[in-house]
Design a protein around this ligand. Structure first.
Ligand SMILES: [Zn+2]
Length: 317
């Protein structure tokens, strides 16, 4: 049976339904839990998050993939309660958004130690929650080039992916030559890797999405909704039409089965105010209408949001 790890246990891939592949219940930089400026009570966090997940479910959403890595406020017991109360499957991740958010304890670790950590979180559990990670997050540190630590994390992720069958998802798809070199050295097939954020406003111009797809990688247009049209657009925003055109151009190259899409929103951000007006439900409220208006049919939409994520997340044994 095809199987995907969610925080409440394994689920057949066919039951995931509509998947938001790159999202956050709450993301913060390491240490932000100590900053009282943005401190939120559990009541506030539930109040901000539950209505968004309920709306996601009512829209037809099935699965929310939380890609908040180690050290960024990942809270799996909280995710379990959210999933149980809202009926949304939640997939949690192991790994790091980038070497520059790994606390010194992990930043000093070698490849074997990092591999052991990832494998443990996938096969034994995350902390004492008993929940198994369903995906491995890796990423490129600020600065635009992979650091030595980033490369150790990518290598450990590849080894953990091969050992456990869980896929790898990246934050940023820049410096892809170095990333792909690591994956190839380790023997990880590139259809097990989702190269994310090819559409973000800062890096879209220098991300070689077509080249990555030609190598066999999956491609994530997963910052939909961070648009310059927002009331307070963040620096990684991009004009709505420009991002849409980019996506449609890529799909038009015959890449429909390699593409995944998401909104990278926070339900309740940690240690920062968040981006006003942007939630996971952008996918239903704005993106799907835009895609339909652009002529994408229901079968194509199903491919992007149901079939491709199911294939990607299924444990390979
Ligand atoms: Zn993200």
């Amino acid at each position: 049976m095809s199987r995907v790890n969610t925080v409440l246990g394994p689920v057949p891939a066919e039951e995931l339904g509509f998947v938001a592949i790159h999202e956050h219940i709450g993301y913060g930089m390491p240490g932000s839990e100590l900053d009282t400026t943005w401190w939120k009570s559990p009541e506030e966090r539930y109040q901000e998050t539950v209505p968004k997940l309920r709306a996601f479910r009512e829209h037809g959403g099935g699965t929310f993939v939380d890609v908040t890595g180690i050290c960024n406020g990942r809270d799996v017991d909280y995710y379990k309660s959210l999933s149980a109360k809202t009926g949304v499957h939640i997939v949690a991740c192991t790994g790091f958004v980038g070497g520059d958010t790994a606390l010194p304890y992990f930043a000093r670790a070698g490849v074997e130690e990092l591999t052991r950590q990832f494998v443990h979180e996938i096969t034994v559990g995350i902390g004492d929650t008993g929940s198994l990670a369903g995906v491995i997050k890796v990423g490129v540190s600020r600065g635009g080039r992979m650091t030595d630590l980033d490369k150790r994390i990518y290598r450990a992720a590849a080894r953990a992916a091969l050992t456990t069958g869980v896929p790898v998802l990246t934050h940023l798809a820049i410096d892809a030559e170095n990333a792909i070199a690591v994956f190839e050295e380790e023997g990880l097939p590139l259809h097990r890797v989702l190269f994310g954020h090819v559409d973000d406003g800062v890096n879209a111009g220098r991300t070689r999405d077509t080249w990555i797809a030609e190598q066999g990688g999956r491609i994530g247009f997963d910052t939909f909704g961070y648009e310059t049209e927002l009331p307070d657009p963040p620096f990684w925003a991009r004009p709505r039409q420009e991002r849409l055109d980019h996506f449609l151009r890529f799909v038009g190259e015959g890449r429909l089965t390699q593409v995944l899409a998401s909104a990278d929103a926070n339900c309740s951000p940690l240690g920062w105010p968040g981006v006003r007006g942007h939630t996971v439900n952008y996918l239903f409220d704005d993106l799907l209408p835009d895609l339909r208006a652009a002529g994408l049919d229901e079968a194509a939409i199903r491919t992007v949001f149901v079939d491709n994520p199911a294939g990607f997340l299924t444990l390979q044994k």
